[in-house]
Design a protein. Structure first.
Length: 456
């Protein structure tokens, strides 16, 4: 499925649900969102009976397949600033900065060894247009209170990582590299050890107030939490809620020490660029490069998964990208390629919510930045449930602007397919033009695409 599981092996399966039952809280989905929520709820209220229902196994989704960037980005921050004011968005950003440390702290407390290395996040620019966007991005991040962010020219960038053609970069300490499968597996074990019940191989077909329905029985609970991210469309009534966007990755074989001497990358920063079709990469604990980005962005009818299988054309595009970034890796052996789905809301804004009248809650729509955001979502769902059940009042987390945000649904097919493919064609074309014409101005079509998608 993903290299992370190819390396680790898939975990021993847990028992499915075997009939109707009850719980105080039922969590649907055993990824980071569901597991962090169960973790913090159970820690806060050990008496709660919490059941997690997972269709395959914990970490089967994006949580076990991602690029391992634990970082402070949150989808929708700029829109939240427009909707709720800048101060509210700054609070959200601060909460995200703290979340990076919280994940590392919690993993440490639970004895989860997930190859975490806090080297920060380095984003590089390789064309004049990327450079202009990078400087604007850097300035925007400073304005959101990231005073520890640094801006580098070509020479300083090369001192960190020798990326071909890099003309500038921006670095923040609020990020770490990790091994996703090790984290999600360790978290599931920690949650179980606290006394949470996890049923695997148990697909939920319908969520309705106080009920999670599966082919093997129904869990009745005052609170039912939907934590299904890119798979949400397969639930009854949710087809147009969050669009399942694909992202694909490749990983090299371990690279020889002499290659690393030439590439640098001693800080193990997570590495990204400012292209419209973003690239993201990490130097793994065992000396490989894992790199992701391009792929078929979206399948007709919100189809999601084929267990991570990846089209040859996508693997080729990622290989070419790797060689473009690091020319000496042109012939490097690729050990594994895989894909996964992330959830994209119509306005590109991540949310966490609890409907107090029905007891239904949900969190997600993280787009490509859920490794840290899921943790903030888990702690926020804990606070929302504690508030609703009278155990505590409002907290700093329940007052964040992404709480209880509502967004309109995606268009029906074929508009959805046409729209998303149109957007990505515009982004690919813009990247090509920026690379060949050396213009410093982002092409108009890409700016229009940002506005239409809600990404800008
Ligand atoms: C290739 C790729 C690379 C990424 N890289 C990064 C990165 O480097 N940094 C970053 O911050 N983010 C990254 N992301 C995004 C990040 O991984 C996700 O935002 C995050 O893992 C979402 O966690 P989740 O628990 O909400 O969703 P998931 O991990 O998808 O978990 C949802 C779970 O729900 C289960 N489920 C779904 N439907 C049902 C049902 N009906 N019944 C029962 N169970 C169900 C699924 O099997 C799954 O286990 C990446 C995503 C992908 C796909």
């Amino acid at each position: 499925m993903s290299f992370w599981y190819a390396q680790e092996g898939t975990p021993a399966p847990r028992e499915p649900l075997t009939g109707d039952t009850t719980a105080d809280v039922c969590v649907v989905g055993g990824g980071f969102t569901g597991l962090w929520t169960a973790y913090y709820l159970k820690k806060a209220s050990p008496f709660l009976r919490i059941t997690v229902l997972e269709q395959k196994f914990c970490g089967y989704g994006a949580s076990g397949r991602n690029g391992g960037w634990l970082y402070n980005g949150v989808a929708g921050r700029d829109r939240y600033a427009r909707l709720h004011g800048r101060e509210a968005a700054v609070r959200l950003q601060r909460a995200m900065n703290d979340t990076v440390s919280e994940v590392i702290r919690a993993a440490d407390e639970e004895g989860i060894v997930a190859d975490i290395h806090r080297g920060g996040v380095l984003k590089v620019a390789r064309t004049p247009a990327q450079s202009a966007r990078l400087k604007a991005f850097h300035a925007a991040e400073l304005a959101y209170g990231e005073h520890d962010r640094e801006l580098y020219g070509a020479r300083e960038t090369a001192r960190r990582v020798r990326v071909a053609g890099a003309v500038a970069s921006t670095w923040t300490p609020h990020g770490a590299r990790l091994h996703p499968a090790k984290l999600v597996r360790g978290l599931a074990q920690a949650v179980e050890a606290l006394g949470v019940t996890i049923h695997e191989s148990t697909p939920v077909t319908e969520i309705r107030p106080k009920h999670a329905v599966t082919p093997y029985g129904t869990v009745r609970a005052p609170y039912v939490l939907r934590c299904t991210e890119g798979f949400t469309g397969s639930l009854k009534g949710q087809r147009r809620t969050w669009l399942p966007m694909n992202s694909s990755m490749i990983v090299t074989e371990p690279l020889p020490e002499r290659t690393w001497e030439r590439l640098g990358w001693e800080g193990r920063e997570t590495l990204g660029d400012m292209a419209h079709a973003h690239m993201y990469a990490q130097r793994t604990a065992d000396g490989r490069i894992a790199l992701g980005g391009r792929g078929v962005p979206y399948r007709f009818g919100s189809r999601t998964d084929n267990n991570g299988r990846t089209q040859p054309a996508t693997v080729l595009a990622l290989r070419e990208l790797l060689a473009d970034l690091f020319p000496e890796l042109a012939g490097a052996r690729i050990a594994h390629a895989w894909s996964g789905v992330l959830g994209v809301p119509r306005d590109w804004c991540a949310t966490v919510a609890l409907d107090r009248s029905t007891g239904l809650g949900w969190a997600g729509g993280y787009v490509g930045s859920g490794v840290a955001t899921t943790n903030l979502a888990g702690r926020t769902l804990r606070d929302l449930i504690q508030q609703d059940s009278g155990q505590s009042g409002p907290t700093e987390l329940t007052a964040l602007p992404w709480v209880n945000h509502r967004v309109r649904r995606w268009e029906p097919e074929p508009l959805r397919w046409l729209g998303v493919h149109g957007l990505y064609a515009a982004y690919r074309d813009a990247d090509r033009r920026e690379a060949t014409t050396h213009t410093a101005v982002t092409p108009g079509l890409a700016r229009v695409a940002d506005r239409i998608s809600g990404r800008g």
